[in-house]
Design a protein around this ligand. Structure first.
Ligand SMILES: C[S@@+](CC[C@H](N)C(=O)[O-])C[C@H]1O[C@@H](n2cnc3c(N)ncnc32)[C@H](O)[C@@H]1O
Length: 242
């Protein structure tokens, strides 16, 4: 188990983040923007890993849409909040860096809401590799974080820096947008759909996107920030109950 403190922990952990989202949920506010995009990327009944799940809102929204979701979150207070807000939510107190290939395969890894900028310093490539390792054959990763006006203590990740790291981790950019509603790419917020780079597959990297779907705008959830691959045995447990 990893012992490196995340930037989130360095920042003092969840503060009132989990409670704030729990209040929004109980007030019936829309906190599902990221999950709606994730759902469009998936066949029905897909296997999804919510990496850095926070208080579980994305996991809960994807479960409601019929997917088989596992959430991991290292912040104990947020895991508690998730269990209180969504009783029975399949969430484990775990770090992305502790994932192993046996945890997959997943059709999609969702890593949204600034998780990438709250990782422990210098672990970005390792985290990207760990998420890549649990993907099924046609699996993808959905990532989103602030490029500007980032929250306190968050890593100042540029789009170019992130794309250099994902390339080094053996991933490629299938799509870049600026919001979870796929507004064009911009300097404020980055949303990426990634998959494993394949030799001979055309090498679609960021440069290859210029005539296509490079879309970069504001996140839908600005509160804090906010194939069917074969299913195999998983250390994350059996398929989650829906
Ligand atoms: C702003 S919260 C977002 C939570 C959730 N994804 C959401 O959108 O509601 C950032 C999260 O990143 C998590 N995080 C940071 N480093 C992590 C790591 N190495 N593994 C898993 N989660 C991590 C934090 O614990 C925190 O829950």
């Amino acid at each position: 188990m990893t012992t490196r403190r995340t930037r989130w922990q360095e920042a003092g952990g969840s503060g009132n983040y989990g409670k704030r989202f729990a209040e929004l949920v109980s007030a019936g506010e829309d906190v599902d923007g990221e999950a709606r995009l994730a759902d469009t990327l998936l066949p029905r009944g897909a296997r999804v890993l919510d990496a850095g799940a926070g208080m579980g809102r994305v996991t809960a929204a994807l479960l409601r849409r019929g997917h088989d979701v596992v959430a991991i979150e290292p912040d104990e207070a947020l895991v508690r909040q998730a269990r209180e807000t969504y009783p029975g939510l399949p969430i484990q107190e775990r770090d992305i860096l502790d994932l192993g290939p046996d945890d997959g395969p997943f059709d999609l890894v969702v890593c949204v809401g600034n998780v990438m900028v709250y990782l422990a310093e210098g672990t970005e490539r390792a985290a990207l590799r760990a998420m890549s390792a649990v993907l099924g054959e046609n699996g993808r990763i959905l990532i989103g974080f602030h490029l500007r006006d980032r929250p306190p203590h968050a890593h100042a990740y540029t789009a170019a820096g992130f794309e250099a790291d994902l390339t080094a981790a053996g991933l490629r950019v299938d799509l870049r947008a600026g919001t979870y509603q796929l507004h064009p790419a911009n300097e404020a917020y980055g949303v990426w759909v990634l998959s494993r780079a394949r030799s001979g597959a055309g090498g679609r990297g960021p440069a290859a996107m210029s005539g296509g779907a490079t879309v970069v705008a504001e996140p839908t959830t600005f509160v804090e920030e906010a194939s069917a691959a074969p299913a195999g045995p998983s250390r994350l447990g059996p398929r989650a109950a829906r």
